[in-house]
Design a protein around this ligand. Structure first.
Ligand code: 2M8
Length: 433
């Protein structure tokens, strides 16, 4: 059998289309924001040109206000729902005239991806030159977030849709669905023709997803109106941690470039955000970070892999990090579990087979590995790494994996799409670590 890293490279090369990658064939036929960034990290190890192109294509779809959409519809295909005709990005006056896209975004990984590309690069001078050509666009994206997505000027940005979180049907959103009563939509699901319906969100959940978009569309995707009216308005610890991590990367890269014109502003955002994050999103009783429902002004007190992601962005103090790791190992790290389930395995809402309701995801594992290592938890970091390699070796490059070890006996514990790009890309990075 071919070595794992060679197989990973094949997955990535096959999913690379004209200047961008699809997350996987059939299920996800377009370019997705955070997928693209994470994919570029994988390519950086063996094909820097593709890594650079991936980011350029993503940034080419940026709107005039700095916003970067979550899906860029490069091709006309009706194998995905909802497509461009439902999303109607053209309603926003500053949207891209070149590409059709969604009117929502995703975790802003681009800043830290550029820094990772620089770390990986064997030709630092050339990579830094490349970074110089794109970094201002990433800055504009951060400017968009800090000025348009923080209505109470707290230093924390909101997301207005579960699809913005990336953790699409996390049980945490159930609390928000309880506050809504959307109409029953008539539409044809496409995802369930490619993947077992038991592993995907329900029809009723999709009604909620579509309804939030309809409200945003009624107001031409105005940020102000969304902040005022969207039934989903959440401060998400994963999303904000990623923004903070990327923001620090921008500071580091501008300093490397010797361009200090934006550093002061970036540092101001950074200090304010880290403080607000620690003041507002840490739950002393749970011992980790949680989500906050800004629409209904209440904390959403659940543990998920997002609760530990702030380690990656260097947000917690050493003392808090100790408490987080203790909680993680007690609740998520039992002998019978692979690290790290996406939702609390001790909760009654946990489902180890269903999308973001419990399975292990490689992107979150990658962030946890880096974060744990940074704080000196070398053994646990190593376990996350070995668990990640093992589940891919046993099952293939799936989109997500059962967290229960007993399910991995016959290589059928990988779920969702197969030959999934970020699983391959981040494995390449882990194998090189
Ligand atoms: C999943 O989300 C899309 C919608 O954006 C879907 O379910 O159709 C999520 O896992 C998301 O985080 C990911 O970026 C996307 C593509 O891999 O798939």
């Amino acid at each position: 059998m071919k070595a794992l890293h060679e197989r990973a490279q094949t997955v990535l090369n096959n999913n690379f289309k004209e200047g961008f990658s699809i997350p996987c064939a059939k299920l996800y036929p377009f370019q997705w924001f955070w997928d693209s960034g994470l994919i570029a990290i994988g390519f950086a190890h063996f094909d820097m040109q593709k890594a650079e192109q991936e980011i350029e294509t993503l940034l080419d779809a940026q709107w005039e206000n700095g916003f970067i959409p979550h899906i860029i519809f490069h091709t006309d295909t009706d194998t995905y729902f909802p497509g461009p005709d439902f999303h109607r990005s053209d309603l926003h006056p500053q949207s891209s005239k070149k590409y059709k896209s969604t009117g929502m975004t995703q975790p802003p990984v681009t800043g830290f991806v550029l820094e990772e590309m620089y770390r990986i690069s064997k030709d630092k001078v050339a990579t830094l030159k490349y970074i110089e050509t794109v970094i201002d666009k990433v800055y504009d994206n951060h400017n968009y977030f800090f000025t348009k997505r923080d209505p109470q000027n707290e230093g924390l940005v909101y997301i207005y849709h579960n699809w913005e979180s990336g953790t699409d049907n996390s049980p945490i959103w159930d609390d928000i669905w309880d506050t809504m009563d959307p109409p029953e939509y008539t539409f044809e699901r496409r995802d369930t023709t490619h993947v077992d319906a038991a592993e995907r969100p329900s029809k009723r959940e999709y009604d909620h997803y579509l309804y939030i978009i309809d409200i945003a569309k009624e107001h031409n995707y105005s940020d102000e109106k969304i902040a005022e009216l969207s039934p989903f308005l959440v401060q998400d610890p994963l999303f904000n941690a990623i923004l903070i991590k990327s923001n620090q990367s921008l500071i580091n890269l501008y300093e490397l470039l010797g361009d200090y014109s934006k550093v002061e502003q970036l540092k101001q955002w950074q200090n304010k955000s880290v403080k607000a994050f620690n003041d507002k999103l840490f739950d002393e009783e749970l011992g980790a970070y949680i989500h906050y429902d800004l629409r209904n002004e209440k904390p959403l007190r659940y543990l998920s892999s997002s609760s530990f992601a702030p380690l990656y962005a260097n947000i917690p103090s050493k003392e808090r990090a100790d408490s987080m790791v203790k909680v993680m190992m007690e609740k998520f790290g039992g002998d019978q579990q692979y690290l790290c389930a996406s939702f609390d395995p001790t909760s009654e809402r946990f489902n180890p087979k269903k999308y973001w309701r419990g399975p292990v995801w490689i992107n979150l594992n990658w962030m946890l590995f880096k974060g744990l290592k940074q704080y000196g938890f070398s053994e646990i970091a190593e376990r996350v790494k070995q668990d990640t390699i093992e589940i891919i070796e046993k099952n293939g490059f799936y989109e997500y994996f059962d967290s229960r070890k007993e399910m991995h006996k016959d290589g059928t514990a990988g779920y969702g799409g197969n030959d999934f790009s970020w699983s391959a890309a981040l494995l390449v990075d882990l194998l090189n670590d």
